[in-house]
Design a protein around this ligand. Structure first.
Ligand code: KIV
Ligand code: ZN
Length: 529
């Protein structure tokens, strides 16, 4: 039996469910030349890797490529294979993953570059040659005719090998329009499949980008793509302007990585396309945050907290009046639901947050008497006077303190039995019997180590989705017989967070006890949702 699940975004006027953008966009949207579907060409692993200081290992590249594929991008520009044998092999390995997304390699309009892409077994070759006076004269030392004949020769070469060809006039936005038309039309006649228009130095602004793409659309038959750099902070705005003029493909990078000030960020571009212009892409918006986190980790470029959509502060609220408004009706201060982009709302308390806001925050989440709520509010206000920013975890710690230790009789989740096996030629395996309220659950799990296996078994026994956000193990004293302390931070599927702490002599059992404590706190402290 096939069950079709359709998510219907209720739409009336300018309001789509979960999206609360401005009514002033509607006439703009109606006047625009928006394509029905925009294709996403991700260049995190190529232009993104050109970010000063960024260098992904082979394993990291493959993991990012898999994540991008899951995210739903249409094309992954995996690298510049002529750069090195390692880069060529990385692109080849990406292709071997058998992803749904097409794998593309970058090549100058030089036959050896294209051969490297062919060797890497790519689906698409992205060839480029500069067309601005400054690049022709100082970089290529070619005249226009020489560059054009090189572009034609290379397009024919790519097509002769049965591959898709994406053609870019590098520094297009500082090249004369007639020259761009000449280049793009010529390669189109030789079979180029898509025309990319790079704003190589990030020198465009939205109206100019709109006009350029609009003019090119009039004369070209093949789809148009835009590739915008962020030198003036306009990469996303220029990309959107290109789409408004009819561009069918956008080049983006995760977290806006890229040369100098970076490229158009996939998070901002795609969310804006969807929320403001209702243009479809294949992107699963709810995976944006996790994809951003992965790339943040491997690129070692820390995302600014105020980075739109995926930054830590993008859905955080501090000022008292905002907290009050958000708790009463989230859209008062949120343009879209945080879950839509894989985010969670964070309430941050500062010294300006009023008692009322703190109290309603605590009341909304925790199962506490009025007297205990007052105690929590007093402590939060006291802490706020000393500390600039109080995050949800601080409030949780205060609630835990006010509630005191969890009496054994109040524990909802208890461990009856556990068998955990590990060794040198054995997959770490755990089986547990858990008492959950009145019932008993038995489950097993395997993991990369005994702690992971035990965590998986417990998760499977409780049957609810609980994520392990943080795990910290510390030896308290020296020696192999030392005590250890384990701290875990858990988050359940409703975004409720709790910490579990345990101390003991056995790392595995101490970890199990910390997990159980965290689970019990989620069950006890929070209101059911
Ligand atoms: O910015 C640029 O011009 C590029 C080209 C290789 C398309 O990244
Ligand atoms: Zn670029």
């Amino acid at each position: 039996m096939i069950i079709l699940v359709m998510v219907i975004y209720k739409s009336w006027g300018n309001v789509m469910e979960g999206i609360f953008v401005s009514d002033f966009i509607q006439p703009v949207r109606e006047r625009a030349h928006l394509p029905r579907r925009v294709y996403v060409f991700d260049t995190t692993l190529r232009d993104g890797e050109q970010t000063p200081g960024v260098c992904f290992t082979l394993e990291e590249k493959l993991e990012i490529a898999k994540k991008l594929d899951e995210l739903g991008v249409d094309v992954i520009e995996g690298g510049f294979p002529i750069n090195s044998e390692d880069e060529l092999q990385a692109v080849k390995r990406m292709k071997d993953l058998g992803l749904r997304a097409k794998v593309c390699g970058l090549a100058r309009c030089v036959i050896e570059d294209i051969n490297a892409c062919i060797k890497a077994n790519v689906d698409r070759v992205h060839i480029f040659i500069a067309t601005s006076d400054i690049h022709l004269k100082y970089k290529l030392r070619m005249n226009e005719e020489e560059a054009l004949s090189q572009a034609i020769k290379c397009t024919e070469y790519v097509k002769m090998h049965g591959l898709e060809c994406e053609f870019s006039c590098e520094d297009a936005t500082r090249s004369p329009l007639e020259r761009l038309i000449k280049f793009y039309k010529s390669v189109e006649e030789c079979g180029a499949d898509i025309h990319n228009v790079p704003d190589t130095v990030g020198v465009m602004e939205p109206e100019a980008m709109f006009n350029l793409i609009y003019e090119l659309k009039k004369v070209l038959k093949k789809p148009i793509s835009v590739h915008c750099h962020n030198d003036f902070g306009l990469a996303v705005a220029n990309t959107l302007a290109g789409v408004k003029a009819g561009a069918e493909q956008v080049h983006t990078t995760v977290n806006g990585l890229g040369e100098r000030a970076g490229n158009a960020s996939v998070e901002q571009t795609i969310t804006a396309l969807f929320a403001m212009y209702r243009v479809n892409t294949g992107i699963k918006l709810s995976m944006l945050k996790e994809t951003s986190k992965l790339v943040e980790k491997y690129s070692m470029i820390k995302l600014m907290p105020n980075f739109p959509i995926v930054g830590d502060n993008a859905f955080a609220h501090e000022a008292g009046i905002h907290v009050h408004g958000v708790l009463a009706k989230a859209e008062s201060y949120e343009p879209l639901r945080p879950e839509m982009v894989g985010q969670t709302r964070r309430i941050v308390m500062g010294k300006h947050t009023g008692r009322h806001a703190v109290a309603s925050f605590v009341k909304e989440r925790f199962n506490l008497s009025d007297e205990k709520i007052k105690e929590v509010v007093d402590k939060v206000k006291k802490l706020a006077a000393r500390k600039k920013k109080i995050i949800e975890e601080d409030v949780i710690a205060i609630v835990e303190e006010v509630m005191g230790a969890l009496p054994e009789a109040e524990k909802i989740v208890r461990l009856d039995e556990a068998l955990i096996i590990t060794g040198n030629k054995i997959t770490p395996t755990a089986s547990v019997q858990i008492a959950l309220g009145e019932g008993r659950r038995i489950a097993a799990g395997v993991g990369i180590g005994p702690v992971d296996a035990a965590a998986k078994a417990i998760q499977s026994a409780i049957g609810e989705e609980v994520k392990l956000l943080n795990y910290k193990l510390e030896a308290i004293s020296g020696g192999t017989d030392s005590l250890c302390s384990v701290e875990v931070v858990l988050e359940d599927k409703n975004g409720r967070i709790a910490r579990g702490l345990a101390v003991g002599g056995d790392i595995v059992m101490t970890s199990v006890n910390a997990l159980l404590e965290g689970l019990n706190k989620i069950y006890r402290m929070y209101k059911r949702q």
